[in-house]
Design a protein around this ligand. Structure first.
Ligand code: NAP
Ligand code: MG
Length: 405
């Protein structure tokens, strides 16, 4: 192509680890750089480089996303003791995703990539169901205690301003038991609500929110009230204009309805509900390699990535010189998601078009029967289905893309 498409504003790129690092480079070399003229602010989040910089590179990357607005991230190792030994690290650094999320204060949205030759396990689902999971509080940051015998459990709230402490009876235990106390913060719930409204409007899809507010009249009902207030105040008109709806319903009802829905909606869920339901949606929609993930911050910053990890097992095969058939779809869609958002923010439709074309080409490649091993097992059996290796899949997309552009 003679004239490359210019991406107006700098993109923040975060490189990663293992098999995804290898696919990342191929995607850039074969699908992006030949067609795009982009300024990249590059951060190498390879575990060894995080270690060398005492993890400063991760916070630098998050700051760059705050500066430019859109970042695209490859999968990264979250080190545990094994990884500390494997790479000779100074320590088991925190999860980069956790670090970035806490700096951007975001909500993570996960959306499956659907192709017409892999049927979702739920036959009514025609369009993707995106999960928006609140990533703060509940059982992930709770208080638990073993109650050894009969007795009273009380909680005391001591106001910081010196007010009188308040004691409340939790339970008069007739015998031994267990207890769990959850908390949340209004500010965090409000950020979550803003991120969900922002995402639904950007994608022009309905937003469903569900909690158990009939039983939990302060905690779950509190989530509902914060969402309602925020909707009435800042989103009602915008939603109406976009022709989309905000719909709150009891979680039981939402679960029943989701099974009969066509999809094409955002389902916002509290932390635990989102944890569980996102695995259900992922598995029912096909494979982890077909799930995208974006972090939307209430400040209007976006970070795109694949939902899967570094595909460690495939990487070890690759290191031994064995052939791999790893699926790069979610990585490609991380780039197209970031590019499309960049194009929308910059008002450069040619960049949006490129992202759309690349996605379409990737989908058509799979629908045309060329796919990696993980999908071959799931796809409708067709005589022309062909399993390709990691690079072969990207090459097949590149060939068609070249003809289209
Ligand atoms: P994983 O990388 O998601 O892989 C788990 C398994 O899922 C793979 O062994 C493979 O199954 C299948 N799979 C996942 N992605 C695939 C793809 N693109 N193509 C084909 N198959 C794919 O999870 P993990 O092995 O538990 O974790 C590896 C590393 O990733 C860990 O160090 C973890 O810390 C990190 N991680 C990072 C992120 C992130 O950066 N967002 C998220 C999760 C995990 P088969 O082996 O059966 O083919
Ligand atoms: Mg889970």
């Amino acid at each position: 192509m003679a004239n490359k498409i210019k991406v107006k504003t700098t993109l923040v790129e975060m490189d990663g680890d293992e098999m995804t690092r290898i696919m990342w480079q191929m995607v850039k070399d074969k699908l992006l750089f030949p067609y795009l003229n982009m300024d990249i602010d590059y951060y190498d989040l390879h575990v060894k480089h995080r270690d060398d910089t005492d993890d400063r590179v991760t916070t630098d990357a998050a700051r760059a996303i705050m500066k430019y607005g859109v970042g695209i991230k490859c999968a990264t190792i979250t080190p545990n003791e094994d990884r500390v030994k494997e790479y000779g690290l100074k320590k088991a650094w925190k999860s980069p995703n956790g670090t970035i999320r806490s700096l951007l204060d975001g909500t993570v949205f996960r959306k499956p990539i659907l192709v017409n030759n892999i049927a979702p396990a739920v036959s009514s689902w025609k369009k993707p169901i995106t999960i928006g999971r609140h990533a703060y509080g509940d059982v992930y940051d709770n208080f638990e205690m073993q109650i050894p015998q009969a007795g009273k459990l009380e909680v005391v709230f001591t106001p910081q301003d010196g007010g009188k402490p308040q004691t409340t009876l939790v339970k008069d235990f007739p015998s031994a038991g267990i207890v769990q106390i959850n908390h949340n913060l209004e500010q965090s719930i409000l950020s979550f609500a803003k991120a969900c409204f922002t995402y639904a409007l950007a994608e022009k899809i309905d937003l469903w929110f569900s909690t158990k507010d009939t039983i939990s009249k302060i905690y779950d009902a509190g989530f509902r009230e914060i969402f309602n207030r925020e909707f009435e105040r800042n989103w009602k008109e915008k939603f109406k204009k976009a022709g989309i709806e905000y719909f709150f319903t009891l979680i039981d009802d939402a679960v029943a309805r989701i099974m009969k829905s066509e999809g094409g909606l955002l389902w916002a869920l509290k932390n635990y509900d989102g944890d569980v339901m996102s695995d259900m949606i992922a598995s029912a929609s096909g494979s982890l390699a077909m799930m995208t993930s974006v972090l939307v911050s209430p400040n209007g910053w976006f970070e795109y990535e694949a939902a899967h990890g570094t595909v460690q097992k495939h990487y070890y095969k690759h290191l031994k010189g064995e052939e791999t058939s790893s699926n790069s779809m979610a990585l490609i869609f991380a780039w197209t998601g970031g590019l499309r958002k960049r194009g929308e923010l910059d008002l450069t439709p040619e960049v949006v078009n490129f992202a759309n074309k690349l996605e379409k080409t990737a989908l058509e490649t799979i629908e045309g029967g060329i796919m990696t091993g993980d999908l071959l097992l799931l796809a409708e059996k067709k005589p022309f289905n062909r399993k390709v290796n990691t690079e072969g899949f990207i090459d097949a997309i590149a060939q068609t893309l070249k003809k289209k552009l």
